[in-house]
Ligand binder design. Structure first.
Ligand SMILES: Nc1ncnc2c1ncn2[C@@H]1O[C@H](COP(=O)(O)OP(=O)(O)OP(=O)(O)O)[C@@H](O)[C@H]1O
Length: 234
């Protein structure tokens, strides 16, 4: 098992973001963490990287309790830091290689080519779609057991999303990596997912294998998610 949450509660001041969460995530799978805005998706990912800590309960990654050091095991895609704006695409790659011993520069260069990013272009001059692609390259080129993608396709057009999905499927190592995609835009990720988790108001309100949904219940992920939300009165 790669990731385990045991009775995890996270509060920000009085605001309860997660309430007694239990989870077990296996290697070689792509999980969709699906929920509306403010349901606790980003908090779940931040807890896995050790960026925030639980108030109660515990989280392990590869059997070890999460600490600040856990970020070495986790590639986490969120927003690109402002710090990188003046860098060229090529320069960011070499910077990442210097920061993360697990960063595979060969793989990053292949991805840059495949996703048609110009190596000499400055980050601040990239279109929104190309920024999205670059973030994906930086995440997928790390050989970590855990890959976390927070809203990877948000605001991107269909062509960009398609190219990103192709790269994701090609470059994930399904023999050992666990991938979590947090999103509220379900259509975009449906084809990628092995298992889905529905989160609402800090609770996991559903966890299913996508194959079971389709074959036994005849439901798409979107249908299932809507059903889960209706049960909660959303
Ligand atoms: N730093 C913070 N300080 C205070 N409250 C926070 C903080 N971060 C998140 N929250 C609150 O915790 C709850 C869960 O937030 P979280 O960002 O995990 O949800 P989310 O599902 O990722 O939402 P979104 O899709 O909008 O990013 C929300 O009610 C949010 O307002």
């Amino acid at each position: 098992m790669t990731i385990r949450f045991h009775e995890v509660t996270k509060r920000y001041g009085k605001e309860e973001a997660l309430d007694h969460i239990n989870l077990e995530l296996q290697p070689g799978k792509i999980y969709g963490l699906l929920g509306p805005n403010g349901s606790g998706k980003s908090t779940t990912l931040k807890l896995i990287t050790g960026l925030v800590y639980p108030n109660q309960g515990n989280i392990t990654v590869l059997g070890e309790e999460v600490t600040r050091k856990t970020c070495k095991q986790v590639a986490y895609l969120t927003e690109l830091d402002m710090f990188y704006e003046a860098f060229t695409v090529e320069k960011i790659l070499s910077f990442y290689a210097s920061q993360f011993p697990d960063f595979d520069i060969g793989k990053a260069k292949l991805l840059i080519q495949e996703l048609k990013l110009e190596p000499q272009k400055k980050v601040r001059r990239l279109s929104k779609g190309n920024r999205g692609r670059l973030k994906l390259v930086l995440t997928l080129a790390r050989n970590t057991p855990v890959i976390l993608l927070d809203e990877p396709f948000s605001g991107l057009d269909a062509m960009v999303r398609e190219s990103m999905v192709t790269s994701l499927l090609r470059y994930i190592d399904f023999s050992k990596q666990t991938v979590i995609i947090a999103t509220h835009e379900i259509n975009e990720v449906e084809s990628l997912l092995d298992e889905v988790l529905a989160i609402y108001n800090g609770h996991i309100v559903g966890h299913e294998h996508v194959e079971t949904l389709r074959e036994e219940y005849g439901l798409s992920v979107l249908d299932w998610f809507k059903m889960k939300m209706e049960e909660k009165g959303v």
